[in-house]
Design a binder for this molecule. Structure first.
Ligand code: PHE
Length: 454
């Protein structure tokens, strides 16, 4: 028997708390660090178009499916499948999710560590008087080091573990409720500054005017991977959070608000970054360094830039933190409920294992930069395997589970709060989870990995 059979399960305390925690998970480095650079590498506007399509046709139904599974089962990612589909191999979807959590947090904590270094750089006014080349060098020499990036990664993992250890209401919910609104405010300010820079129009055109000739199979797969990554889908994060959502919450409403917040913040990050990229003559396909190089560039052109740089990197770290806790929680909830560990022990165990893996990701920009597997350094391998393979595959099985295994009856009961809500759109949801989402994910996946040529 697992713990949760006799201890009352913790849950979020309020509606806003649910949104803040789930949006806190979704909004993170994926939106502000990754989205602009992946869009930049894949042609801008056309990528954005496909990305938005995936959010609507695949992201929304997968998110609703995850919340429903978690809330119905009242368990972690693996336990949920065991409970709803006893004696069947469906629990392996959860196992894949827990594995994805390990991989993602290992590289996520590396980048989150960079944001901490940049807080210190902002604080000590280290960007002052540096041009784009200098800022580029500064970033390059920092990430290729050994002890500094490792130190920050470790610190970040300690912070993450500390919040997760405090539990759902007193940890996750308490912090995300304050930190998320601050982040939104900051991005709005940055957008305004960026679009008023001379030469900003070219950047906006790059982001919003699609050139479909740039859309490769690779770009389409990256858009799918990015949609899953950004919405925190496909690995049971939202199954786990769903299990902490009260039975009277309108899940559809929560899904729409969380996805909208996530998408708007990603697009706003694009608006904050691309005009500046073009105004300063930086290559939009620059890669993972984009925010760490362009934004300090913009800050220098702003009145009060010192202050804004500082706030921005603090908030970027915070956005990363509200996401990383949701990733760690996937593993911790599993260890607590399935292996009967206490929360404290579970958090330390998961945290230590992930940090060890994370060291390899961080060092792949420095001493391990020559080590490549399938042509990728370890950092890229973790990112590619999790975002572009494990998450879409997890998402595929999650929609198949709801659409074909659990079926319309139980799904409707869960989503309508046992009939309390009228669900005019329910047939559309079922159609999406049964046919459209599985077919689209499978196709993009097979095509994107080069297993099929059209
Ligand atoms: N969605 C988070 C971000 O955009 C990352 C994440 C991925 C969180 C998967 C949880 C699960 O930064």
């Amino acid at each position: 028997m697992s713990n949760s059979d006799f201890t009352p399960r913790e849950s979020f305390g309020s509606r806003f708390g649910i949104i803040a925690a789930a949006a806190g998970s979704a909004v993170g480095l994926g939106n502000i660090w990754k989205f602009p650079y992946v869009a930049g590498q894949n042609g801008g506007g056309a990528f954005l178009f496909v990305y938005l399509l995936f959010i609507i046709a695949i992201g929304l139904p997968v998110m609703l499916a995850e919340f429903s599974i978690g809330r119905r089962a009242q368990r972690n990612a693996i336990g949920s499948f065991k409970k709803l589909a006893p004696g069947s191999p469906w629990y392996l979807v959860g196992v894949m999710g827990v594995a994805a959590a390990f991989l993602i947090l290992s590289f996520y904590s590396a980048v989150a560590g960079w944001t901490l270094e940049y807080i210190i750089k902002a604080l000590t006014n280290a960007f002052a008087g540096r041009d784009e080349t200098d800022l580029n060098l500064m970033f390059g020499s920092f990430i290729s080091g050994t002890w500094r990036p490792l130190f920050w990664q470790l610190l970040f993992m300690v912070l993450t573990a500390w919040i997760v250890m405090a539990g759902i209401k007193k940890g996750i919910e308490k912090y995300t409720k304050v930190l998320m609104p601050l982040l939104v405010l900051m991005i709005v300010v940055l957008c305004i500054r960026s679009v008023t820079l001379p030469g900003s129009r070219e950047g906006l055109a790059f982001l919003f005017r699609p050139d479909f000739s740039k859309l490769t199979a690779d770009a389409v797969l990256s858009a799918l991977g990015q949609a899953f990554f950004s919405l925190s889908l496909g690995m049971g994060t939202l199954i786990t959070y769903g299990s902490y959502i009260g039975k009277n919450n309108n899940l559809t409403g929560t899904v729409i608000q969380v996805s909208a917040a996530d998408t708007i913040i990603a697009v706003m990050a694009g608006i904050a970054i691309f005009p500046a990229v073009f105004a300063f003559g930086i290559d939009p396909a620059e890669g993972p360094g984009l925010v760490f190089i362009t934004l300090p560039g913009i800050f220098q052109q702003m009145h009060g830039g010192y202050f804004f740089a500082l706030i921005f990197f603090i908030l970027l770290a915070v956005a990363a933190l509200t996401s990383s806790i949701s990733i760690l929680e996937v593993v911790v909830a599993y260890l607590i409920e399935e292996l009967n560990l206490a929360r404290r022990k579970a958090t330390i165990l998961a945290g230590v294992m992930i940090t060890i893996l994370g060291v390899f990701c961080t060092l792949s920009f420095g001493v391990l930069s020559e080590v490549t597997i399938f042509g990728m350094v370890i950092f890229d391998l973790m990112d590619f395997t999790s975002s572009n393979i494990l998450l879409p595959l997890g998402g595929l099985f999650i929609v198949l589970f709801i659409g074909w295994y659990l079926g319309a009856g139980p799904a409707r009961r869960e989503i309508s709060n046992d009939g309390a809500l009228r669900l005019g759109y329910f047939p559309v949801f079922m159609f999406l989870v049964k046919f459209i989402a599985p077919f689209a994910i499978a196709l993009v996946f097979i095509y994107g990995l080069g297993l099929l040529r059209i």
